[in-house]
Design a protein around this ligand. Structure first.
Ligand SMILES: [Zn+2]
Length: 246
């Protein structure tokens, strides 16, 4: 294939734009914010589960406290009733003695229930503190996620802007070059890690970074300037300039 030396040199400009575009695409896919957001999502999910469990603990204790309070009320009412009957002093002495025994036992029961209630209320306070601590951690993580999303979106917008700029330069440049040259370049670029054309500089291929052999140099020197030459090692298009060391 043949192409004007100027067209060949401009292939390097096209390559530079394609390399920049590839780097932008790579940057977009590997934004540190993406890994950070995945980690934050896992953290938020774990904290939400933990928060539900903490809420259940508080609710369970609330239910236990309500039940015990009802029991205390029942005992208090019974005590008041017994006391009334004792105070009235009616009925047989045997019955009065039985009532007095019951009052003693009811008071013990009331005291036991109140001790249990106190214990439960302390537990509830601790459970509530745990719930609030988890909620605060979750809220902080949610805020962190929001900030990270904002940062990600800003970076994506920057990348999109740069891509637009590079693409705007690439279009006319590619259109201006011989179609068969661009097609060859594109084919090599796509099969060779994104580099289709490289400068031959100081006797070294800019694509594979290998020095060309002596016999290869002779072949390159003999090739006409408009001849498309390719690296023996990596098959990429080698662009010859005064820096090529031939
Ligand atoms: Zn090479």
């Amino acid at each position: 294939m043949k192409a004007e030396p100027e067209a060949q040199r401009r292939l390097l400009d096209l390559q530079a734009l394609d390399t920049a575009l590839a780097q932008l695409a790579h940057r977009r896919k590997n934004l540190p914010e993406l890994a950070e957001l995945a980690a934050l999502a896992r953290e938020i999910s774990a904290l939400s589960d933990e928060r539900v469990r903490a809420q259940v603990d508080v609710d369970d204790l609330d239910r236990d406290i309500t039940r015990i309070e009802r029991d205390v009320d029942t005992v208090r009412m019974r005590l008041a009733k017994d006391q009334q009957r004792i105070d009235a002093g009616t009925g047989p002495a045997r019955e009065l003695t039985a009532l007095q025994h019951e009052v003693v036992s009811l008071k013990r029961r009331q005291s036991d229930l109140e001790d249990s209630e106190l214990e439960l209320m302390e537990k509830r306070e601790a459970a509530q503190a745990t719930f609030e601590e988890i909620t605060a951690r979750r809220d902080a993580t949610l805020a962190k996620r929001e900030a990270t999303e904002l940062k990600r979106d800003q970076t994506l917008a920057e990348i999109a802007k740069e891509e637009e700029f590079k693409a705007a330069g690439r279009g006319p440049l590619a259109a201006d070059l011989p179609a068969d040259l661009v097609a060859l370049y594109t084919r090599i670029r796509d099969s060779s890690g994104g580099i289709g054309a490289a400068l031959l500089q100081g006797g070294r291929c800019g694509g594979c970074r290998l020095d060309v052999s002596g016999s290869e140099k002779a072949r390159l020197r003999a090739a006409a300037p408009d001849e498309i030459v390719r690296c023996e090692e990596c098959s990429r298009i080698m662009i010859r300039t005064s820096e090529s060391g031939l």
